[in-house]
Write a protein that binds this ligand. Structure first.
Ligand code: ZN
Length: 421
């Protein structure tokens, strides 16, 4: 296995920060292993600067701390960075060698002291957070750190955020929280949590860096990698899917056919329906397998199909659990639909951005090289102003859905604007 930071594309600055912090955290552990000359302070990180001389190799500017926020646009690698940092903290030999059991088990998701929270629905609830905070307070079994990674901290409910805040305000000495969020805007993360965390900003990786990793790691041919990296607009996971999954390419082509199809009011409504239904189908396919597996597992656990005495009673009690599962699955499906629709809207925005840059004769490469001719025709017809209005219509639609406007209503309004200009 290569170095744990190898998959973090185009983020040299962040990697440098995280390596220094991991080295500082390792020094804290070494210092703790040596009996301190003076009485131990409450917070080990605060104590390192003074103890540094005795323990050696402590970098006071490295800023290891108990709580971190990784921010950046979708696809920039927030959760990849958090997991790599977790591995670096558990690394037995260095700052993320990728070879030792600490690195290896963290990267494969089996380390006993690393917990990864991935919300399946639209939010992370308070009960889940309380249970997590409780377990995170226990002594690390591997003797290093308890690490909690929360992959979408912007989806915390208010109550869950408060439970987390309490833990961050009075952190157990060996617990580290790694939060991931699109930004540190108060809509994404509460100001009080933000004030307790060190922020690691990730940038949108350059297309060349994304293409390079597709070639090196995934064995994609260079020309396909270049195309996919540009089309994915800096989203590494999306680029990999486009390069490797023919279905993903087909869905993208259908989205990019929308501008051509907008010939009247009826066509605009048809295009809206098609876009919504495609997102629903994509989401349904992505959750179907997990849903069926979960349901089968629960039914087996509850003894469904049993004929013995008590089986009927057990099934009656089980109805509640099945209902809970269905609720969770429905919430996950809704999230998957929104994500699929948002990907489609980002593709569409890329098309109108291309038309805009062409109308302005801006010397930048198009996002979608395969529809560049169509974007050029749009640029001729609409001028920069018309292209900009259409781009704004797509971005407004994304914002409206994010603000909980019903997707169909938002998409229909967008299609009408795209048609009328
Ligand atoms: Zn290691």
């Amino acid at each position: 296995m290569p170095d744990v930071f190898a998959d973090l594309v185009g983020q040299d600055e962040a990697v440098e920060t995280l390596r220094r912090a991991a080295a500082s955290a390792a020094a804290v552990l070494r210092a703790a292993a040596v009996p301190p000359a003076t009485e131990a302070a409450g917070d080990e990180f605060d104590a390192t600067a003074e103890e540094g001389a005795g323990a050696g190799a402590v970098d006071p500017g490295a800023g290891m701390t108990h709580a971190w926020i990784f921010t950046g646009p979708p696809g920039s690698g927030r959760s990849v960075a958090a997991r790599a940092f977790a591995a670096a903290l558990q690394c037995a030999y260095g700052t993320g060698c990728g070879e030792c059991p600490g690195c290896h088990t963290t990267m494969t998701g089996t380390h006993a002291d690393v917990r990864l929270v991935v919300p399946e629905g639209l939010s992370i609830g308070v009960n889940e957070m309380r249970a997590l905070v409780l377990r995170a307070a226990s002594t690390p079994s591997g003797g290093r750190w308890q690490v909690v990674v929360i992959s979408d901290a912007d989806r915390l409910t208010e109550a869950a955020g408060n439970a987390l805040l309490k833990a961050i305000e009075e952190p157990p000495p060996r617990t580290v929280f790694l939060l991931c969020a699109p930004s540190t805007h108060p809509d994404d993360i509460s100001v009080t949590i933000r004030s307790r965390c060190r922020v690691v900003p990730l940038r949108q990786p350059a297309a060349d860096a994304v293409a390079e990793v597709l070639v090196r790691r995934d064995g994609v041919t260079p020309d396909v990698a270049q195309w996919a990296a540009a089309a994915a607009q800096g989203h590494v996971g999306r680029a990999r899917r486009l390069a490797r999954d023919p279905e993903a390419r087909k869905r993208r082509e259908a989205v990019l056919a929308v501008p051509r199809r907008l010939t009247g009011v009826g066509a605009a409504f048809d295009a809206a329906s098609a876009l919504i239904e495609a997102a629903e189908a994509e989401a349904a396919a992505s959750v179907a397998e997990t849903d069926a597996t979960e349901r089968a597992a629960l039914e087996t656990a509850l003894g469904a199909g049993g004929t013995g005495r008590g089986a009927a009673g057990a099934m009656r009690g089980a109805a509640g659990q099945l209902k809970d599962l269905e609720k969770r699955q429905k919430s996950r499906a809704t999230r998957a639909q929104r994500d699929a629709l948002d990907r489609a809207l980002v593709d569409l925005a890329g098309f109108y951005r291309d038309a805009l840059t062409m109308a302005l004769r801006a010397p930048v490469a198009p996002v979608h090289t395969d529809t560049a001719a169509l974007a050029e025709a749009g640029a001729q017809k609409w001028d920069a102003e018309g292209a900009l209005r259409r781009l704004e219509a797509v971005l407004e639609c994304r914002a409206a859905i994010e603000a909980n406007v019903k997707p169909r209503i938002a998409v229909e309004a967008m299609m009408l604007s795209l048609w009328k200009g």
